[in-house]
Design a protein around this ligand. Structure first.
Ligand SMILES: Nc1ncnc2c1ncn2[C@@H]1O[C@H](COP(=O)(O)OP(=O)(O)OP(=O)(O)O)[C@@H](O)[C@H]1O
Length: 266
């Protein structure tokens, strides 16, 4: 049984152009199916508007779906009250786009990493878990009492990752985790993600509009276009013999060879 499975997921948006016209239905997701096995690293790529965020929001049980089924460990997932989803929020953590800017500037690193543990009522010794999470992203206790403004860009990104892994998730969903970062910082974050998946057996769903980013991290990649998954194959096969026009367009948008811009992980 896969860790996560989305089966024939459909999501419609009603779009009203004027008050007196009946809303037009725009299909954001059209019978999308995707599975992620335990420990698997899957990339989700596609041009702007192809449906990546819509699929993420459905998988994260933020938005409802109109048809289909999403399961985690065999249990159906749908939006609901906080208490009904606490177990899921612990096991599936989300790293937002530009994670460093998602850190509350008033909080210390200790409070930032402790916050999901407290909110999701994770039992155990939180101080020990915070230490461990910071260690796994390559940060020591020296940063515990610092505020985000006192961290370098790379440290802030690592704190955001430490926050996400503190609940010991089985799946990390990362939305454009390195967009807008310069190359050294991008490689640092990719190295940490690689370590977290390999060392901890955590699965990864990484969304990007940039094939080079997922090529460096994910063994499998799904390509979205117009609300559908049009290719879902081993990343190396997808890069060497793209089958769909959307994949070819994403490849053509890469200015240089993948491994020259983003370090490749085995
Ligand atoms: N709340 C909404 N209301 C109406 N249409 C929406 C809404 N959210 C998304 N859409 C539409 O659904 C489609 C998929 O959008 P989505 O944001 O999922 O794409 P994306 O691949 O994540 O794009 P990007 O890379 O720009 O974030 C687009 O046509 C978008 O305009």
């Amino acid at each position: 049984m896969p860790l996560l499975s989305a089966t024939a997921v459909t999501r419609d948006y009603a779009i009203s152009t004027t008050l007196w016209q009946r809303p037009r239905i725009h299909r954001g997701l059209d019978r999308v199916s995707l599975t992620i096995a335990a420990g698997e690293r899957v990339g989700l790529v596609g041009s702007s508007g192809s449906g990546k965020s819509t699929l993420l929001r459905a998988i994260l049980a933020i938005d409802p779906i109109d048809a289909g089924d999403i399961r985690f460990d065999g249990r159906t997932i749908r939006p609901g009250p906080v208490r009904a989803l606490r177990w899921y929020r612990r096991l599936v953590q989300y790293v937002p786009q530009d994670p460093a800017s998602s850190l509350d500037p008033r909080m210390s690193v200790r409070t930032l990493v402790a916050e999901p543990l407290r909110r999701l009522r994770v039992p155990g010794d939180h101080d020990a878990v915070i230490d461990e999470a910071l260690g796994r992203v390559g940060l020591g206790n020296a940063v515990l009492d610092r505020r985000p403004a006192q961290l370098s860009g790379g440290q802030a990104q690592r704190v955001a990752l430490a926050r996400a892994i503190a609940t010991r998730p089985r799946l990390l969903v990362a939305d454009e985790p390195v967009s807008g970062l310069d190359l050294p910082l991008r490689n640092q974050v990719m190295d940490v993600l690689h370590e977290l998946c390999h060392g901890g057996g955590m699965a990864l769903l990484m969304v990007s509009h940039d094939l080079t980013v997922v090529a460096g991290a994910c063994e499998r990649t799904a390509v979205m276009s117009h609300g559908r998954i049009v290719e879902d194959r081993a990343t190396t096969d997808l890069l060497s013999s793209p089958r769909h026009d959307s994949t070819r367009a994403l490849l053509a948008a890469i200015p240089t060879l993948p491994h020259s811009r983003c370090r490749q992980h085995p």
